[in-house]
Design a protein around this ligand. Structure first.
Ligand code: AMP
Ligand code: DBH
Length: 536
């Protein structure tokens, strides 16, 4: 039994192998190659987990799951935060050949249901510390609804479901059964622009290559001490080079629950962290904290700060070397594949003003006009890409895939970019119907569909509005039967079980939504209304 997904054409796969990008090794190789190492792999609060222990823990959990009857080709729904168990679970499932969806810790009922519906998981691995799983009410309903579930393991559970207990049981005679390296290893989450959150199948071959290549560019090695303060499940802190890059290099991952300065500064100082990855709003807050404390001394060990996930202004970029005192690297990536980096030896102008260039020599990136024709360098248009680690189709989404890919397998990311003569990319805007709230992506249609469930809502449109800290926030324009206040709208959405960051920051009730000549909601005009209001 194998998980269906859109493969690369044979010709491309052969080329990627021939060039040494695809090694036909399972992702678990990242850990097993260090199975005898006593170096610290993860620092999680007071806990230090060595490579040997991490490897043993993953083996134990895999063996437990195997004894419970899980097999290669099945899927798992996982929701764990920035804890050592996240990596133990990931490697255990990869070892068994069970492909996980790693939901974000901020996700709620609505997202978990959407993922479970798509993958029909055999196992759920979650955390009692998450409000959804604090008692059994949601759990029972979820298991009742998703009949594919045969097993539940919960972190911080004292009863029958204990994840830690499963991890502690020694693995007797366990043999790994990973999926073949050119098949689905796990699913990444798309920021999305449609009603249902989309899943991205990632293979061992393509993901392992993206991690190896990232390590070369970012120069991660055994001395790397990486602070993971963004959600561990996200593609960026997982693979660019992220924690998996650190593990491959036998460095050390220090976990933080959030990127706040109060939490991160002491961790950086205590554990002599030398690299971390942030989104732009977190950079602003770090700079503010440094100015308030009057010193950047706790960050002295920091050599490199990666910033990505959302647009970084040149002004904010320039403050990083000046005020934090470390090097900046811009990262423009997507869970679908393509990742661009500024290089460590690029000129300051380039690092401050561009979002870098593709990491692989075989990333094919070009800019298309509205008709799908290529534009010359310097002109702004749609980003089109394919390559050795860029996916070829969302999981079970034929209609959406028909729109998101051209006939030659190029993925249209929905970003508007320009490429300069040196091949460096500048992100100029976005065409997809998405709000980028400080790196957290909101698919407008997903929230609009939920808003339409409200008995008073006739029409709904979610648009971005400028925000000095987050870059963008969201505003819901509603046509209603009876006036609705923002708090009531947010309460309603919370009741629909959607992640907090997706709740509209502002709500405007209007008589009618403006339409384009073809009769679609004119979101450009709505954004203009908002900008005019803010000015007034
Ligand atoms: P996701 O679909 O959640 O993986 O998000 C990927 C999207 O995040 C990209 O398509 C961009 O729209 C956005 N993004 C990521 N990094 C950057 C960056 N450095 N600058 C601007 N936008 C970015
Ligand atoms: O925003 C992203 O999805 C992202 C940003 C930087 C990403 O997936 C990545 C690097 O790998």
């Amino acid at each position: 039994m194998s998980i269906p997904f859109t493969r690369w054409p044979d010709e491309a796969a052969a080329r990627y192998r021939q060039k040494g990008y695809w090694l036909d090794l399972p992702l678990t190789d990242i850990l097993t190659r260090h199975a005898d190492s006593d170096a610290t792999a993860v620092i999680d609060g007071e806990r230090r987990v060595s490579y040997r222990q991490l490897n043993q823990a993953a083996d134990n959990l895999a063996a437990h799951l195997q004894r419970q009857g899980l097999k290669r080709g099945e899927t798992a729904l996982v929701q764990l935060g920035n804890v050592a168990e996240f990596y133990i679970t990931l490697f255990a499932l990869l070892r068994l050949g069970v492909a996980p969806v790693n939901a974000l810790f901020s996700h709620q009922r609505s997202e978990l249901n959407a993922y479970a519906q798509q993958i029909e998981p055999a196992v759920l691995i979650a955390d009692r510390d998450h409000p959804l799983f604090a008692d059994d009410a949601f759990l029972n309903a979820f298991v009742g609804e998703h009949r594919s579930l045969r097993l539940v393991l919960l972190r911080h559970d004292s009863g029958d479901h204990g994840l830690e207990a499963a991890i502690a049981q020694p693995a007797a005679g366990f043999t790994a059964t990973p999926t073949p390296a050119d098949e689905v290893a796990f699913f990444q989450l798309s920021g999305g622009s449609t009603g249902t959150p989309k899943l991205i199948p990632r293979t061992h071959n393509d993901y392992y290559y993206s991690i190896r290549r990232s390590n070369e560019i970012c120069q991660f090695d055994a001395q790397t001490r990486y602070l993971c303060a963004l959600p561990a499940a996200h593609n960026y802190p997982m693979s660019s080079p992220g924690a998996l890059g650190v593990f491959l290099a036998e460095g050390c991952v220090v976990l933080a629950n959030d990127p706040s300065a109060t939490l991160c500064f002491p961790l950086i100082e205590q554990h002599q962290v030398n690299v971390t990855a942030l989104v732009p709003p977190a950079v602003s807050l770090w700079l503010q904290a440094i100015n308030e404390w009057g010193s950047n001394a706790p960050l002295r060990s920091l050599k490199l700060l990666q910033v990505g996930g959302a647009r970084l202004s040149a002004t904010l970029a320039a403050r990083i070397p000046a005020e934090i005192g470390c090097q900046l690297q811009q990262v423009f990536g997507m869970a679908e594949g393509l990742v661009n980096y500024t290089r460590l030896d690029d000129s300051p102008e380039c690092i401050l003003n561009t979002q870098g260039c593709p990491m692989s020599p075989d990333d094919e990136v070009w800019v298309a006009d509205e008709n799908g024709n290529p534009l010359p360098n310097g002109e702004v248009g749609r980003l089109m890409t394919r390559g050795p680690y860029t996916f070829r189709g969302y999981f079970r989404s034929p209609e959406h895939n028909a729109q998101a890919f051209d006939d030659n397998g190029f993925y249209c990311s929905g970003d508007l970019i320009s490429i300069d003569d040196a091949g460096y990319i500048t992100v100029q805007g976005r065409e997809k119907d998405q709000i980028n709230r400080g790196g957290e992506k909101i698919a407008a249609e997903e929230i609009e569909n939920l808003l339409l469930r409200h008995e008073s809502v006739i029409h709904a449109a979610l648009v971005s509005m400028e925000d000095s800290l987050l870059g963008e926030k969201s505003c819901a324009y509603l046509v209603v039967k009876v006036p609705l206040r923002a708090v009531a709208v947010r309460r309603f959405l919370r009741e629909q079980g959607v992640a907090e960051f997706k709740l509209p920051d502002r709500v405007e009730c209007v008589d009618a939504l403006p339409l384009t000549p073809v009769g679609k909601v004119d979101k450009k005009k709505l954004r203009q209304w908002l900008a005019d209001r803010t000015l007034a």
